[in-house]
Design a protein around this ligand. Structure first.
Ligand code: ADP
Ligand code: MG
Length: 425
């Protein structure tokens, strides 16, 4: 992951944000710096006495957070990292402990990372007080405190105050958790209002990539969308239809499109309640001259499972008792051909149930087409990024793999991003 050290003054006229480099220039030696990172990694869920939530299955987000943390530590800062893991309900739960993350971060940094037992309590204060220059500590899962995600501004503000107090008078805040910048949460948004604030390298590089997908985008601009539900991606589809040259649809959401075209989809994932919206998309694509490419064949399985028996069928001939779990071989070729002349590609969402080997071929074909392409290629979405790694594709075969699924989609939807806006003043 490259650190974009450039100024964040948008070509689009956005106000500048102060950057990590600005902070480093100001000098951080001996100062405490709070870093909001996104360390929300997947765990395998198999508990051991040491790791109640199991082992980390994909450490991509830990690695992506490393450059900013390391730069601060090397400059002599006392680095206090705040992060969340999973979806605890505002109270401590062992299986969501950041313990596996603290040890992985320590391994990658080559220096131990002390983990506090609480977020802003006695353990956090003691851990932070014990930091020497250049050392790194991690607070326990911020979502163990219900105020983190509270809708009540005063509640969030109280937690933010406590976080700010941890770094004290000459402390600073670096926002580097790109995966959470779209959240108005205490450790993302409210705390930035209390401390001198800076955008970290990861947030800057993510934003500069996304701006290339919305401003002066090199054409042809081709987007591949997949994943489970079309309802998760309505906003982004609506926005993309005004920008892209071609939109390729795979994954579970393709079946609602196929049904909208009048085909039967058997037992495939179908969102009946979205059919009208999807018909609207089909009409709009036609009106705007956007080429909307749907699967022409699918792997139709007897049931949802890794070993399910399946056959290749045309997209307009899915048997009533079967469900489509991946795009078929002709569609893989079609998608590759539609990607061949692209100058810009954004890909979000696996084209099939890639977690099952038998149904990972379509996702692999799309990923390979991107790796082989000379276009500016961006992968967004947690599962898509995980698929790239799980299928053993080279991460450096893509121009950028985003760490923030929701954040990148909201940016592309044109929504305001609170955790970025708060850095702008
Ligand atoms: P991302 O996190 O990249 O945005 P999503 O969360 O939208 O992607 O979707 C990922 C999930 O979609 C994967 O777990 C995958 O198994 C599922 N999926 C893809 N194709 C299908 C399909 N045909 N039927 C059911 N689930 C699917
Ligand atoms: Mg996902």
């Amino acid at each position: 992951m490259v650190t974009n050290t450039g100024s964040a003054t948008g070509e689009d006229g956005r106000p500048a944000v102060a950057t990590l480099d600005d902070l480093l220039t100001t000098g951080v030696a001996g100062r405490r710096v709070l870093v909001r990172a996104d360390l929300n990694v997947p765990l395998d869920g198999t508990p051991t006495p040491d790791l109640p939530g199991g082992r980390i299955t994909d450490d991509g987000r830990v690695r992506a957070s490393l450059p900013t943390i390391r730069a601060l530590a090397e400059a002599g800062a006392r680095v206090v990292v705040a992060a969340h893991l999973g979806r605890p309900k505002g109270t401590p739960e062992d299986r969501f402990s950041l313990a596996p993350v603290a040890s992985r971060l320590g391994e990658l940094l080559g220096a131990p990372v002390a983990l506090a037992d609480d977020v802003t309590g006695p353990s956090a204060r003691e851990t932070v007080a014990g930091l020497a220059d250049g050392q790194v500590a991690l607070l326990q899962n911020v979502r163990f405190d219900s105020r983190e995600t509270s809708k009540d501004e005063a509640e969030r503000g109280a937690l933010a105050e406590e976080l700010a107090e941890l770094v004290g008078e000459d402390g600073a805040f670096v926002s580097d958790g790109f995966g959470v910048v779209h959240r108005k949460q205490a450790s993302v948004y409210d705390v930035a209002r209390l401390l001198p604030h800076y955008a970290g390298g990861l947030v800057l590089s993510e934003l500069s990539v996304l701006r290339r997908l919305t401003t002066d985008t090199a054409r042809p601009y081709v987007v591949v969308l997949g994943g489970a539900k079309v309802s998760d991606k309505l906003g982004v589809i609506a926005n993309l239809l005004t920008r892209v040259d071609r939109l390729l649809i795979g994954g579970g959401m393709a079946y609602t499109f196929l049904k909208a075209k009048g085909y039967e989809v058997g037992q495939s994932l179908l969102q009946e309640d979205q059919l009208d919206r999807v018909r609207g998309f089909l009409a709009e694509a036609e009106e705007r001259g956007v080429e909307l490419v749907l699967p022409v064949d699918v792997l139709a399985a007897k049931e949802f499972g890794a070993d399910a028996e399946y056959q290749v069928v045309d997209a307009d001939a899915i048997p009533a008792d079967r469900q489509g779990l991946d795009i078929g071989p002709r569609t893989r070729e079609l998608f590759a051909a539609k990607l061949a002349d692209a100058a810009t590609v954004f890909w979000n969402g696996p084209t099939g149930v890639f977690e099952f080997e038998a149904f990972s071929g379509g996702t692999r074909a799309v990923a390979e087409a991107l790796v082989g392409s000379s276009a500016f290629t961006v992968v967004g979405g947690g599962d898509s990024a995980a698929a790239v790694r799980a299928l053993g594709l080279p991460e450096d075969g893509f121009s950028h793999i985003s760490t923030g699924g929701g954040a990148s989609l909201e940016f592309l939807e044109g929504k305001a991003i609170p955790g970025v806006e708060v850095l702008e003043d």
